[in-house]
Write a protein that binds this ligand. Structure first.
Ligand code: ADP
Ligand code: ADP
Ligand code: MG
Length: 537
C-alpha cells in the first residue's frame, strides 16, 4: 500500500502522512476512478453532540450524506445495497445504525452546508416553511430561541445569509427525528448567534437525540461538542476519519498536527497562538485620521466615531449582525455615501465585499492576471499570499464553477493583489476551514507589515480576530435599528468591550494558546465577569 504519501498542505509545506495499513479495508466510498475516496466514518452517539473538524474537501459532507441515507456508499467497489454496508460494518457501532436506517426505523434530518441554495429550492414565507417542518410542536420555542420572530412573515428569498442560516437550523430542529446533522451551522452568524444555536443544538442532544455537526469555528466547535473526530488526508483526493476524541484534546491534537492514538502526523508543524504585545497608541506613523460618519437609512441609523489608522496595522471590526459594519466599510470604500461627514482622503482602497458575486466568465488566472500579472510571478507574492491560499491549484478553474470556499480565497487574493493604501475585507472567513482561516490571517498580517499598508477586517470568528488584529473597532447598539462604531482601541480594551456586550468570557488553552469560551455560569466565567476581564486572563 501507500506507506508514505507526500502532499502539499495549505501552508505550502510538505506533509507526510503514514497511512495506516488497514486503511484499504476501511474504504467507505469512492466517487469514481481517480476521484475522491473516503475512509471510515464518524460514530453517532445517543445524547451526544459529535463534532467533526477537518479541512475542506476531505469528505465531511460526504459522510453526512452517507449517514443520513442520501448516499449509498459503494464500499470502494461496485456495492449497491445497504445489506452489504451493514455487513461491512459488522462489529462496529455503526452496524446497528445502518440496519435501522435501511429499515427506516430511524429518521435523519440534515441542515445542509450551503444555505444560500435554499431560496432556489424553497419558495414562500418563513412562517409557512417552519410550520410545515414543525413535527415536534416546538414552533414557538424554537422561533424564540433563534430570534426569528421578526422574519416570520418575510419571503425566503429576502433573507440575509444569517437569517437564512437560522431558518435552516430551526427547520431541522423542528423535525421529530432521531439523528440531526448540522453541516457548518455557524456560517454568516455573529458570535452571540453562534453561541445561541450552539446552546439550542446542545439542548437537543441532552434530550436524548443524536447530533453530528461539522464546524470550522474552533471556539464554537469546542463549545458545542461532547466528542470530536478529526478528518485528515489530502483535500479532493482522500479523507480519513480519526478515532473519536475528547473535545479539548482532539482540538489540541488537530492544532498539533499529530494524532496520538493513531500515531499519525498529518501536518509537519504545530499551530500555536501567542499573545502579542499591545500596540502603544502613540507608536508608529499615522496613515489617516478619518472623521465621524453618519449613515441614515430611515429605518436604520449608524453613527461612526472618527479615529486614526496606523501604517502597517490590521484592525479587526467586530459587533453583532445588522449593526452597520458593512455600511461603515462601504462608506470608507466610497461605495456608500455618508448622510453626514465626508471621506475626502486621497487614499486608495481595495475592498472585498461580504457577498461575492460570481458572474465573471473566465478562469481564475484570467481574473487575477488582469489585476496584476506581475505579482502572480513574484516570489514575494507567491510565498506570502498565493501558495499559502492554494491559489495556483485553482488557476485553470472557471470562476463561476468554484465552490464557496474556493471563491472566497480567490476574492481575498484579488483584493490583496490590488495596489492600495487601505484594504477592507468583509467577513473573509466565510466558507473557509481552520487552516485556510489561519493562512488568510497570516497573509494579511504579513502583507500589511511588509508593504506598510493598513487593513480593516470585519470578522466573527474569535480565533481569527485574535490571530489577526492589532486593534479593534467595536460596534454597539441595537441591530436593525441603530449602531455606533467606537474609535479603534487596543485588543484588551476592545475584546472586553465587545465580549461584555455579548455576555461571554474566554480563556486561553494552556497548551496551544487558543481562545476557549467559558461555559456560562462556570467558576471561570463568574470570576472573569467579576473583575471585568472577558478575555486574555
Ligand atoms: P468537505 O465537506 O470535507 O468539504 P465533501 O465531502 O463535500 O468535503 O467533498 C470531498 C471531495 O469529494 C471533494 O473533493 C469533492 O469535490 C468530491 N465530491 C463530492 N461530491 C462528489 C460527487 N458527487 N462526485 C465526485 N466527486 C465528489
Ligand atoms: P452588519 O454588516 O453589521 O451586519 P449592515 O451594515 O449590513 O450590518 O446593515 C445594518 C442595517 O442597515 C441592517 O438593518 C440593514 O438591513 C440596513 N441596511 C443596509 N443597507 C441598507 C440599504 N441600502 N437601505 C436600507 N437599509 C439598509
Ligand atoms: Mg462540506
Amino acid at each position: 500500500g501507500c506507506g508514505i504519501c507526500v502532499h502539499k498542505c495549505p501552508f505550502n509545506a510538505i506533509t507526510i502522512v503514514n497511512l495506516p495499513e488497514q486503511l484499504e479495508e476501511d474504504c467507505v466510498h469512492r466517487y469514481g476512478i481517480n476521484s475522491f475516496v473516503l475512509y471510515r466514518l464518524p460514530v453517532v452517539k445517543e445524547g451526544m453532540v459529535v463534532g467533526v473538524l477537518g479541512p475542506n474537501g476531505t469528505g465531511k459532507t460526504t459522510a453526512v450524506k452517507i449517514l443520513s441515507g442520501q448516499l449509498l456508499p459503494n464500499l470502494c467497489s461496485d456495492n449497491d445495497s445497504w445489506d452489504a454496508v451493514i455487513k461491512a460494518f459488522r462489529g462496529n457501532e455503526l452496524q446497528n445504525y445502518f440496519e435501522k436506517l435501511k429499515n427506516r426505523e430511524i429518521k435523519p434530518v440534515v441542515k445542509p452546508q450551503y444555505v444560500d441554495l435554499i431560496p432556489k429550492a424553497v419558495k414562500g414565507k418563513v412562517r409557512d416553511l417552519l410550520k410545515k417542518a414543525d413535527e415536534s410542536g416546538k414552533f414557538e420555542e424554537i422561533v424564540k430561541e433563534l430570534e426569528l420572530e421578526n422574519v416570520l412573515d418575510r419571503d425566503i428569498e429576502q433573507l440575509s445569509g444569517g437569517e437564512l442560516q437560522r431558518v435552516a437550523i430551526a427547520a431541522a430542529l423542528l423535525r421529530d427525528a432521531h439523528f440531526y446533522f448540522f453541516d457548518e451551522p455557524s456560517s454568516y452568524l455573529d458570535i452571540r448567534q453562534r453561541l445561541r444555536i450552539a446552546k439550542t443544538i446542545r439542548k437537543l442532544a441532552e434530550s436524548g437525540k443524536n447530533v453530528l455537526t461539522v464546524e470550522h469555528d474552533l471556539a464554537i466547535l469546542d463549545y458545542i461538542s461532547d466528542i470530536i473526530h478529526i478528518v485528515y488526508g489530502k483535500p479532493g483526493v482522500y479523507g480519513v476519519f480519526s478515532h473519536p476524541k475528547g473535545t479539548r484534546n482532539g482540538i489540541n491534537e488537530f492544532l498539533e498536527g499529530y494524532l496520538h492514538d493513531e500515531n499519525i502526523r498529518f501536518r509537519p508543524f504545530e499551530i500555536r497562538f501567542t499573545k502579542r504585545s499591545e500596540r502603544k497608541s502613540q507608536e508608529g506613523e499615522i496613515l489617516v485620521q478619518y472623521p465621524k460618519l453618519v449613515k441614515d437609512y430611515g429605518t436604520f441609523r449608524l453613527e461612526a466615531e472618527g479615529g486614526e489608522l496606523y501604517v502597517g496595522e490590521v484592525v479587526g471590526v467586530v459587533g453583532p449582525n445588522g449593526i452597520g459594519k458593512t455600511t461603515f466599510v462601504k462608506m470608507l470604500a466610497g461605495v456608500e455615501k455618508p448622510t453626514e461627514g465626508e471621506v475626502n482622503w486621497s487614499l486608495t482602497v481595495s475592498y472585498k465585499p461580504q457577498y461575492i458575486k460570481t458572474d465573471y466568465e473566465g478562469t481564475v488566472y484570467d481574473l487575477l492576471s488582469k489585476i496584476d500579472a506581475g505579482k502572480l510571478m513574484s516570489n514575494f507574492y507567491k510565498s506570502e499570499l498565493l501558495n499559502p491560499l492554494g491559489i495556483p491549484d485553482l488557476y485553470d478553474r472557471q470562476v463561476n464553477e468554484l465552490s464557496g470556499g474556493e471563491l472566497q480565497r480567490v476574492a481575498i487574493t484579488a483584493c490583496l493583489l490590488r495596489d492600495a493604501d487601505i484594504y477592507l475585507l468583509d467577513e473573509p472567513s466565510a466558507h473557509l476551514d481552520v487552516e485556510q482561516r489561519l493562512a488568510v490571517s497570516k497573509a494579511i498580517r504579513s502583507l500589511m507589515a511588509k508593504n506598510e499598508k493598513t487593513a480593516l477586517i470585519v470578522e466573527h470568528d474569535v480565533m481569527m480576530v485574535d490571530y489577526l488584529s492589532d486593534r479593534l473597532i467595536v460596534f454597539e447598539g441595537e441591530p436593525g435599528r441603530h449602531g455606533r462604531a467606537l474609535p479603534p482601541m487596543g485588543m484588551r480594551e476592545g475584546m472586553n468591550r465587545f465580549l461584555s456586550g455579548v455576555g461571554i468570557t474566554f480563556r486561553r488553552d494552556p497548551d496551544t494558546g487558543r481562545p476557549r469560551a467559558n461555559k456560562e455560569g462556570s467558576v471561570k466565567d463568574r470570576e472573569q465577569k467579576e473583575i471585568g476581564e472577558y478575555y486574555y486572563v
